[in-house]
Design a protein around this ligand. Structure first.
Ligand code: NAP
Length: 269
């Protein structure tokens, strides 16, 4: 089995990377940064997002494992104290693969139909470069509303605990193949109106944003910020690809949510 390790870059994560690499090589596993079967991310969720994008062209052949070093680590199952256990599990145990849906974003431009396709593990946000974002929102080819406000966020189920949560979106179990649209400070008054609630779209529904005035936007895909000019439309749907995680022990999603956001507060009662 071939493996790669991606580190947050701080001294603690780098030293764990070195230890894991040495142990796994001792177990006769092959280190291959270009074509790994498993990718171990050491750091926080930001490190896992980086690793996801580094290997996005081979998602069907790569399974991710997260080790968290002091960060939230929503995607990470392992802590530094468990490194030896994890290495033995990787070397000796056939692992189970858990697949989560991800988001496909297609940005089409006015000039000659140029288009860019992205995959997001957490979400895509769209904001205007200057002033209020004004976008027509279409769902399944039908106009739904004209949005006016700071921006729009489309998240995946596993990304629903990230930016989406801060925007009042629901936390969605990743077995639900859906995407969720939330608003960033919409303008709502007698003249302008938006739905105001998060919308959860199933796998077979496409959401399209169409510029009303400005055609230049700031688009984020997870941790990446991009500038897109002369945009004709931004299309969202559940991607055909999935992200795959290698699981060596059960860590149910709701336990992950509880550990990350509720902790032990209130458990005394
Ligand atoms: P960052 O600003 O350094 O970190 C954002 C925080 O979000 C970190 O604590 C990170 O955990 C956590 N996080 C990432 N994915 C998560 C998930 N699926 N569930 C729960 N928490 C998660 O930015 P970054 O490290 O480059 O990560 C980019 C992400 O930041 C974006 O995808 C977006 O979701 C999030 N973000 C959130 C807000 C907000 O909540 N208001 C605003 C902008 C962006 P770790 O500490 O383990 O890395």
């Amino acid at each position: 089995m071939k493996f790669a390790i991606s580190s947050k870059g701080d001294p603690v994560s780098n030293s764990i990377l070195q230890r894991m690499k040495t142990y796994l090589l001792d177990f006769q596993l092959e280190y291959d940064e270009d074509r790994p079967d498993i990718v171990i991310s050491v750091g926080g969720d930001g490190t896992l997002l980086y690793a996801f994008h580094r290997y996005r062209s081979r998602l069907d052949k790569t399974a991710f494992i997260g080790v968290h070093t002091g960060h939230l680590g929503f995607y990470a199952d392992w802590v530094p104290d468990e490194i030896e256990k994890l290495v033995i599990a990787i070397a000796k145990t056939p692992y189970q693969v858990v697949e989560y849906p991800i988001l496909e974003v297609i940005i089409r431009h006015n000039d000659g139909g140029r288009e860019a396709r992205y995959l997001a593990l957490n979400e895509c946000t769209v904001k205007s470069i200057e002033g209020t974002l004004v976008m027509d929102v279409e769902i399944k080819g039908q106009k739904f509303e004209t949005f006016r406000g700071d921006g729009l966020c489309m998240s995946t189920p596993s990304g629903s605990t990230a930016y989406n949560k801060a925007l009042g979106g629901a936390i969605l179990h990743p077995s639900i193949r859906a995407i969720q649209l939330t608003e960033l400070a919409s303008i709502n008054n007698r003249v302008f109106r938006t739905i105001g609630s998060p919308l959860i779209l199933p796998e077979h529904h496409t959401c399209m944003l169409k510029p009303v005035n400005d055609v230049d936007f700031q688009v984020t895909i997870d941790h990446l910020t991009l500038l897109h000019k002369d945009v004709k439309s931004i299309q969202y749907r559940v991607a055909n690809e999935n992200v795959r995680f290698a699981r060596f022990k059960p860590f149910p999603f709701w336990k992950r949510v509880r550990d990350s956001f509720v902790g032990d507060i209130g458990s005394e009662r």
